[in-house]
Design a protein around this ligand. Structure first.
Ligand code: GDP
Ligand code: MG
Length: 162
């Protein structure tokens, strides 16, 4: 069995961008329209020799209704079936109320969760992502999914101990 890695986070943090880079497809919907991916989506990743299943999700925000509630449910199911959870945040916007809600969900799960600060291209990643330590979910990893930066190091650090 390949390890299962779930990508979770509120809309627009870059989950589908990372999914597409890991699976080298354009199948997941990447757009400037937040929340377009409304369901779990599975792909097989073979990234620099590291093989795993990656799950893209529509996002969870903590207080949802209607379609958002469905998306939240899908995200929580994805977390349940994952061996490893990557909680993506946007280093450019900092912590939002939605991020806080997701962190609250994730702290209750008995799963390895890692914070991934995305979009550190062109900014001071260290200072912009430092506040994510306050979410109390451990180490903060920095990547730029759109540019492939930090992904190899992230995966090597997290996948080999599994
Ligand atoms: P999702 O809603 O979490 O799946 O987010 P998307 O993957 O659809 O990305 C949302 C927006 O963020 C898109 O406009 C992406 O091009 C942009 N984005 C994703 N990754 C990066 C990154 O590493 N750097 C920058 N600057 N923008 C990014
Ligand atoms: Mg998406």
């Amino acid at each position: 069995m390949l390890p299962v890695v779930a990508l979770v986070g509120r809309p627009n943090v870059g989950k589908s961008t990372l999914f597409n880079r890991l699976t080298r497809t354009r199948d997941a919907l990447v757009a400037d329209f937040p929340g377009l991916t409304r369901d779990r989506k599975y792909g097989q990743a073979n990234y620099e020799g590291m093989q795993f299943i990656v799950v893209d999700t529509g996002g969870i925000s903590g207080d949802e209704q209607g379609i958002d509630a469905e998306m939240a449910q899908q995200s929580l199911l994805a977390v349940e079936e994952a061996d490893l959870v990557l909680f993506l945040l946007d280093a450019r916007t900092g912590i939002t109320a939605a991020d806080q809600g997701i962190a609250r969900h994730l702290r209750l799960q008995n799963k390895p969760v890692h914070i991934v600060a995305n979009k550190v291209d062109g900014i001071d990643g260290d200072s912009e992502s430092a506040e994510f330590y306050a979410l109390a979910l451990g180490e903060v990893h920095q990547i730029a999914a759109a540019h492939g930066r930090g992904i190899s190091q992230l995966l090597q650090n997290l996948l080999y101990p599994l």
